[in-house]
Design a protein around this ligand. Structure first.
Ligand SMILES: O=C[C@H](O)COP(=O)(O)O
Length: 330
């Protein structure tokens, strides 16, 4: 990440989309060879937040980057066109103008807005001209138990309404049964239905049983053409965690080394504080390098993280914390 030298933290302009991952044939030998050392993974992630930290203007710069890498999300049963429109307003101007001015940042927006299919057209309209893509959760999100043909139609409908990114959920049963061919075929079909829209595959790691299953499912989804692998829906009992993320980003690194394509990573669910966002950015920088600190290869899926980041930026500028209601999301 480019870091400020003079206290100013203007983020570089960033493109939303990287080169597509075409996938590769399913390599069952590779999948079955996967091993995960749980205690080593847990040790590494337990020490990471304590060992590394960024302060002051560097922290402000990293928090601005976290905003640029955010899929600002609303996935509630009480979503309405009005709340989605207000969220899109927040996506265009995620930080108060006076704070941006004080930071010396001309303008900034989030990576994408993420909604249910029903609100794709509303969000597309509200974001017109902003360059912010709309992501739709799909394929029977969050449980992923709808009939397969219906899932494909749901993807097509969101693409037709203007979604540039589709967040699919995998059938957890395929991973739990070790039926990697079925998972590969399913995700391959989803990828085809997405057409030009970028596909993020949600593993719902909290429901996959073991870290080894997480690693295997990550590889299979990338072989099937996932542009991103994403931890969680936000609706599982356990959502994004650092150990699960470490396993997934190491699978991304392995796929890159063997197949040559960069696949993105999206931790999602339960990421609410600026401090947590810094932990994830440090993880990405240390494990995958600076290329994965941009929105084309890294996103946070989060509905409430932005409010805390804005509060921290306000504290950096004014030295004071405001109440969270002063930074409403929608
Ligand atoms: O994909 C995004 C998640 O559903 C957001 O989860 P959250 O509401 O816990 O931030």
């Amino acid at each position: 990440m480019k870091e400020p030298k003079n206290g100013r933290s203007a983020p570089a302009p960033v493109a939303p989309h990287a080169e597509r991952n075409p996938g590769c044939p399913l390599d069952l030998g590779w999948v079955e060879d996967v091993r995960v050392n749980r205690s080593a993974i847990e040790r590494r992630t337990a020490t990471l937040p304590g060992r590394r930290t960024v302060k002051q203007e560097w922290q402000a710069a990293w928090l601005l980057r976290a905003i640029q890498c955010m899929d600002l999300t609303t996935l509630s049963g009480d979503d309405t066109p009005g709340t989605v429109q207000r969220l899109c307003g927040k996506a265009r101007q995620p930080v108060r103008a006076d704070l941006l001015e004080a930071l010396g940042v001309p303008g900034i927006h989030v990576g994408a807005v993420c909604v249910y299919h029903t609100f794709v057209a509303t969000a597309v309209e509200a974001l017109r001209g902003s360059g912010i893509p709309v992501a739709a959760v799909s394929t029977g999100f969050p449980a992923g138990l709808n009939p397969h043909p219906l899932k494909l139609r749901e993807i097509s409908a969101s693409v037709a309404d203007g979604a540039a990114e589709i967040d699919i959920v995998i059938s957890r049963q395929h991973a739990l049964n070790g039926d990697w061919q079925a998972l590969y075929d399913e995700v391959r079909d989803f990828r085809e239905a997405c057409g030009d829209a970028h596909m993020k595959t949600i593993l719902a790691t909290g429901e996959l049983g073991t870290l080894r299953n997480v690693a295997k499912a990550s590889l299979v989804c990338m072989m099937a053409g996932a542009d991103f692998i994403k931890t969680s829906t936000g609706k599982e009992t356990a959502n994004a965690t650092l150990p699960v993320s470490l396993v997934m980003v190491r699978a991304i690194r392995e796929y890159h080394e063997r197949i040559g394509y960069n696949v993105g990573f999206k931790p999602a669910g339960g990421i609410k504080t600026a401090k947590q966002s810094l932990d994830w950015l440090i993880l990405m920088k240390e494990e995958l390098g600076d290329d994965w600190l941009r929105p084309d290869l890294f996103r946070f899926g989060a509905s409430s993280l932005l409010g805390d980041i804005e509060r921290q930026l306000e504290h950096f500028v004014t030295g004071q914390y405001s109440a969270s209601f002063r930074h409403p999301m929608a």
